[in-house]
Each structure stands twice: as structure tokens, then as C-alpha cells.
Design a protein around this ligand. Structure first.
Ligand code: RB5
Length: 153
């Protein structure tokens, strides 16, 4: 995971703070600038608030990627994916993390702290940051994930 100047934005709810702190430390130790959008501590909070903060940082170009953690990763990934321009992938292993970048050009990684352990989470994050979008046939598919391609429009 080669460091770059643009930060990685981190966000979690109360169920994800310990995992977020561990990921933050690993990123900082590897030289990555980090934007920690909270939450801190274990007081009960609402995961959409932190998904929204990270999604905004990514869509506004203040962060190159986002990392979100809640208990399952489900709620926080749903919230992030409500933002145009966000492709948030909830993954449970390294292969999912790699393919989320390679095939889906995911720009936010979501993890479930009550579902996977810290080693898997860290390996997934490393794979996510190390993998480039493959483009090619995947480009056309990713374009169809934009609001302009909405099946409702
Ligand atoms: C919080 O208890 C929990 O619901 C949240 O962390 C997450 O798992 C929701 O999807």
C-alpha cells in the first residue's frame, strides 16, 4: 500500500471504533495521510452520519478513498451508496477487496467489525489500496452504476 498525498478518509459507528483505530494506526504507520471523520469512543451513534461524512470527503476530492466500519458493514455501506459518485463495497475477505477495485472501481471499502477479525480487515484494506481498476470491459459496467443510468430514469 504505497502512500499518496491525498488522504484516506475513515469513518465508523460505535461498533466499528476499535477496528477503525487499528486500521488508522496501520495506515499512519505506512505513511498514509488519514482523515478520521469519527466516531470516537463507544457512545451509541447513527452510522449514516459517518457514512455521509466519508462519502462527502471522497466526492469532494478531499480523500482518494474511504473506509467505513460498522457492526456488519451493511448499514454504513447502504448509506454511503446513496451518494452519487460513491461505489462502496462491503467485503469480508481479501479477494472481495481486490476485485472491488479491479472490477468495480470501488472508492469506499466497508467492513463489519462484528463479522470479520482485525487481520482480515487489515489484509482487505491493504489489497484495496494496492489494486488498480482494470478498466476495459469493466469501464462500461461501472458507467452503468451512475445516476444517469438509473433504471428508474
Ligand atoms: C449498531 O448496533 C449496528 O446496527 C450497526 O453497527 C451496523 O451493524 C448496522 O448495519
Amino acid at each position: 500500500m504505497t502512500p499518496q498525498n491525498t488522504p484516506v478518509a475513515l469513518g465508523s459507528d460505535h461498533a466499528g471504533t476499535t477496528m477503525k483505530a487499528m486500521l488508522r494506526e496501520a495506515l499512519e504507520n505506512a505513511g498514509h495521510p488519514v482523515l478520521d471523520m469519527g466516531t470516537q469512543g463507544t457512545e451509541s451513534v447513527d452510522y449514516p452520519d459517518f457514512a455521509n461524512a466519508v462519502a462527502a470527503a471522497v466526492t469532494e476530492g478531499k480523500a482518494r478513498f474511504g473506509v467505513l466500519v460498522c457492526g456488519t458493514g451493511i448499514g454504513i455501506s447502504i448509506a454511503a451508496n446513496r451518494h452519487a459518485g460513491i461505489r462502496c463495497a462491503l467485503v469480508h475477505d481479501v479477494t472481495g477487496a481486490r476485485l472491488a477495485r479491479e472490477h468495480n472501481d470501488a472508492n469506499v471499502l466497508a467492513l463489519g467489525a462484528r463479522v470479520i477479525g482485525p487481520e482480515v480487515a487489515l489484509d482487505a484494506l491493504r489489497a484495496f489500496l494496492a489494486t488498480e481498476f482494470a478498466g476495459g470491459r469493466h469501464e462500461r459496467r461501472v458507467k452503468k452504476l451512475t445516476p444517469e443510468w438509473s433504471p428508474r430514469s
